[in-house]
Design a protein around this ligand. Structure first.
Ligand code: F6R
Length: 266
């Protein structure tokens, strides 16, 4: 990571704190590019797990910029997105397929058949089979080299919401159909024109396939993330705060924060 930053180690994980959002986003871009470079040198495809939401938008903007500058190609990349509302059409501008199309897929040279997003149009009776199939696609692709994550205000990762499962049960969660937590619905209210209009369910990659990625970057930006970040890094593992479960694979996780998101860390 090029820009000067503070390094901490919390919950066994590396934590890099950057002066501002731009520097933190660029650090996430650098770690993604390192994965693509390594794959290119090894003459194999890079397999990326991607997130949506407001946090990664500048990351995608930088990747697109570098692609346009001719220094970055996605020709040998496949991607798997964390989640998708259910049910939703991929053409709905609020769908995560549509988000990814706008911010990345339509702007770079990724092969359309390698840009995977869970399908919000599968009939409900087939949702579980589709979710299980998504996990098998990732495995068949050799597993995720890299997973980009954001953290919800309630500590969710993907749409793995707080629950009263045991830690062991939570760590085994596969990709599946879930109900969104009230905090998640409140946070999506603006996009949907009011909390009552938020689609209350989603397909999400499970904690098991997320934590199986060979490297994981959690990017958190802004003071509104300071509390869940501090809790996830310092509280014991609990399914009530899913981001604490990153501690179970601590050695492959890096947290990239801006100063406001690190504001509650000692
Ligand atoms: C998005 C996702 C979510 C978000 C999290 C933070 O694909 O899986 O877990 O990463 O809700 O969202 P933002 O970045 O909008 O604060």
């Amino acid at each position: 990571m090029s820009v000067s930053h503070r390094s901490l180690r919390l919950g066994g994980m590396n934590v890099a704190v950057f002066p501002d959002a731009e520097a933190a986003s660029l650090a996430a871009v650098d770690s993604l590019i390192e994965i693509l470079d390594t794959a290119r040198i090894r003459r194999r495809r890079a397999v990326l797990g991607l997130a949506t939401g407001s946090t990664p938008q500048p990351v995608y903007a930088h990747l697109v910029h570098r692609h346009r500058a001719g220094v970055l190609s996605f020709a040998n990349v496949s991607t798997y997105n964390l989640d998708e509302y259910y049910p939703i059409s991929p053409l709905d501008p609020r769908s995560y397929r549509s988000y990814m199309h706008r911010h990345l897929f339509s702007q770079v040279d990724i092969a359309p058949h390698r840009a995977h997003v869970l399908d919000g149009t599968v009939p409900e009776a087939f949702a579980a089979a589709h979710a299980a199939e998504f996990d098998r696609w990732i495995e068949a692709d050799g597993g995720l080299d890299f997973q980009l994550l954001g953290i919800g205000r309630n500590g969710h990762i993907g749409f793995n919401e707080p629950s009263d499962l045991t830690v062991a049960e939570a760590l085994r969660l596969p990709t599946r159909l879930v109900e969104l937590h009230p905090v998640t619905r409140a946070d999506a209210a603006r996009e949907f024109g009011g909390e009552n209009h938020v689609i209350p369910r989603a397909l999400t990659m499970g904690l098991a396939p997320i934590l199986a990625a060979r490297s994981i970057v959690m990017l958190a930006i802004g003071a509104h993330k300071a509390e869940p970040v501090a809790r996830a890094l310092t509280a014991p593992m609990t399914a009530l705060l899913p981001a604490t479960l990153l501690q179970s694979v601590a050695d492959k996780v890096t947290w990239i924060l801006d100063e406001p998101a690190a504001g509650r860390l000692a």
